[in-house]
Structure formats: C-alpha cells, structure tokens
Design a protein around this ligand. Sequence first.
Ligand SMILES: Nc1ncnc2c1ncn2[C@@H]1O[C@H](COP(=O)(O)OP(=O)(O)O)[C@@H](O)[C@H]1O
Ligand SMILES: [Mg+2]
Length: 427
Amino acid sequence: MGVEVVVEDLSKSFGRQTIWQDVTLTLPPGEISVLLGPSGTGKSVFLKSLVGLLKPERGKIVISGTDICRCSEHTLYEVRRRFGVLFQDGALFGSMDLYDNIAFPLREHTKKSEAEIRRIVLEKMEMVGLLGAEKKLPGEISGGMRKRAGLARALVLDPEIILFDEPDSGLDPVRTAYLNQLIVDLNAQIDATFLIVTHDIGTARTVPDNIGMLFRRQLVMFGPREVLLTSTEPVVEQFLNGRRQGPIGMSEEKDSAQVAAELAEMQAGGLQDPGGPKGGGGTGIVPQIEPSPGLPERKAVQRRKDRVMQILHTLPPAAQDAIIASLTEAERARYGVFAGAGVGRGQAGSPPRPQGPPPGRPPSPAPRGGQPPRPGPQPPQPPPVAQLPEGGEWGSRSGELPGQGQGGQSQRRPQDPGQWFRRGGRS
Ligand SMILES: Nc1ncnc2c1ncn2[C@@H]1O[C@H](COP(=O)(O)OP(=O)(O)O)[C@@H](O)[C@H]1O
Ligand SMILES: [Mg+2]
C-alpha cells in the first residue's frame, strides 16, 4: 500500500520571490490526488520539494515518520527510492532505447542480475502497454508513448508514491483519456499514493479522489473531490470551468475591482462565456474513472469512503450531499446517513443535520471563514450543517481570496480526522 505524505506549513522561495507559503495537506495512502493551479504557481516546485530535489525554507514533509526537509543525505536517498516520478516530457535519455531507459534505475540503484532486470522491465512495459517497443529510441515514438515509457521507468523500483507532472500535456484528448485510464488501472494494481499535477479539467474531474488548488502563493483548497467539484469559491469554480471571468487573469491575477464587476455581471446573467474548456466544463460531480474490466478494484476506494465519512460533518453541504448520493443504500445504513439529510443522528461527534433543504437549493454559507460573499441578491440560507472542528477548515479565509488577506494569527491544526481536508495558509 502507498504511504501517507504529510505536508505541514511548507514555504518555498527563490531569493526574494515567494513561490508558495504555508502549504498544509495530507496525501492519503493509496489515493489519487490532483494538484491544480495556473501556470507558474509552483506546482512543479512542489513536486520537486516532495522528492527532496528542492529544499523549502520552512515547514515539514513527513513520510513514515521522517521529515525529509530535515534529514541526512543518506536518509533522503532512502526515502527518495520510495518515489516514482513522471516528469513532464518523460525525461528519457535520447540515446538509449526504451529498454535501457526503463532498466536504468534498476542498474543504477540495485544489484539485480540482468535476468531479473529483464523480468522487471518487461513486466512494467506490459503494464503501460509498451511491450514490443523495447528497441525504439525516444525520438522515434509519439509523445504519448514517451510518457508511458517514463511511467514504466517510474515503476521499476516499485514506488509507494508516484508523482506525475502534467502527464497529459501535449497529448490529444483521446491519448489523454487512455493515459487517465492507465493511471487509474495502475493505481488499482499497485495501490501506491498518486499525486498528479495537471491543467486538464477532464482529468481533474474524473481521475482523482482529492483535488487541491494553488493560487497566489497559497493552497486555496485541498480536499475530497466532491468538495472542489461543488465549490463556489471563485478561483476554484473559474478554473474547473475554464472561464475567463474570475480572479485568474491572463497574467495570473486580475485586480479585485474587475473581478467583482465580472462576478456581479455573471450573477445578473449578463456575461456569458460559452467557450468550453479543454477536458469539459460544467459543474457538479461526474463519475470517477473505474479500473478496466478484469483488474482488481482500487483498494483506496473503501479506505477513502471510511475516511471521508469520518470527516463528512466538516464538509460543505453540497459536498456532503454529493458524497451521500454516491453511497449505496446498504452503505448509507452502515454509516448512519440518509440521502438529502447529511450526517445521521446519533453519530458520535457529528451534530445532526437539519432536514432538507430541498434539492437544487443554493450553496449554504461556509461554517467558518468559507466562501467569499457573492454579489447580487442572496436567497434565504439554510442553517449551517455542522460545526467545523478545529483543523477541518475549508474554503478561503474570511471570504478573501488568497493573497488579499491581512495576515493574522497562526492557528494550530491538531491531528484529527479532518487532517486530510485542509487548506493551506494561516487563518
Ligand atoms: N530552480 C529555480 N530557481 C529559481 N526559480 C525557479 C526555479 N524553479 C522554478 N522557479 C520559479 O518558480 C515559479 C514556479 O515555477 P513552476 O513550479 O515551474 O510552476 P508551475 O509548474 O506551476 O507552472 C516560476 O516563477 C519559476 O520561474
Ligand atoms: Mg510545471
């Protein structure tokens, strides 16, 4: 099974340029998480920090009890071996054929015999659908095949954590769909912890269990997919719908007056941006990709269900509804919840959710901090679903977009079931 990766208050700068600060999130073991964010927000820097190629100035990255920001070179080397990384272009050696490229980490890092290496290389090539292409040079094959070769190479040391840096960049929609299926199939087979950086909205909507978003040097949100996919946080909504209107501008940021004007106009129905994003837009939950027929179920699915049901009462109402709607009748009974009514009565630590409101109601206010106020008339709001425990914070701080805050006190985030659902940044 994959390992948990705990990132706490992590900050990285280059000279005087802060890339991101106070990033806090946990990658649950064996689950697939996606990290979104406009170009240049430091997603690649984040991946490189996780494998110890870059050193954040502050914060922790804890893997099996080791803080890799503060360990010896030898320990870092040992931890790094537990990672597989698929770099953007596959990062293959141009002069080596695919076989030698994929065998490279085994020859470099192990004392395995050539016979053993051959067995492993062919096994991984088969997993990514490249059997028969052993003698090809990287320059002779398509971008999609190069990515799959890079993936096979990332697999040879049996990683417990795999990082994908824009695996779909440069691929056409059909190749992207195949690659996404391959990622889900691999997860079902090896149960490693996956983190995927992508720009592709279709990938973000259909592949991961969890989604995070970097914007303006902050982790705006990180949480179960249902939270981000139903979020009304302007940055998240804009990105997941590939819209021009919103806080993200041509050169990353727009001034707040323009953002407010656009949002007001959109609410009034005046501004339309019908241009669909790459990978499909729309709002709401779409089904997650399942492993191909014949493959085992993803082991992370049940673990995630248990985990998410534990933190259900900390999630926004729309996300609660989506999660409950995805359960079978038997599961609802087991978890003590019922459709359209959130967390069931009598569940320890979970305040009962008020009945209703009817389907199609507008999103409820955030229990704390929460969504920035939307311009325009506000319909009557139902009472908040549940109290948010310490540490189970979500949404943007005090209705502000990241980067617009006034700073403020640091808040302790205790270890609790809500630890997988936190936003970065200090409140
Ligand atoms: N090694 C480095 N030295 C200095 N600046 C860097 C380095 N690597 C990345 N950066 C800067 O960090 C910022 C984020 O880069 P990156 O992580 O590549 O963004 P993303 O992957 O989100 O598009 C960019 O402004 C980039 O110029
Ligand atoms: Mg990048």
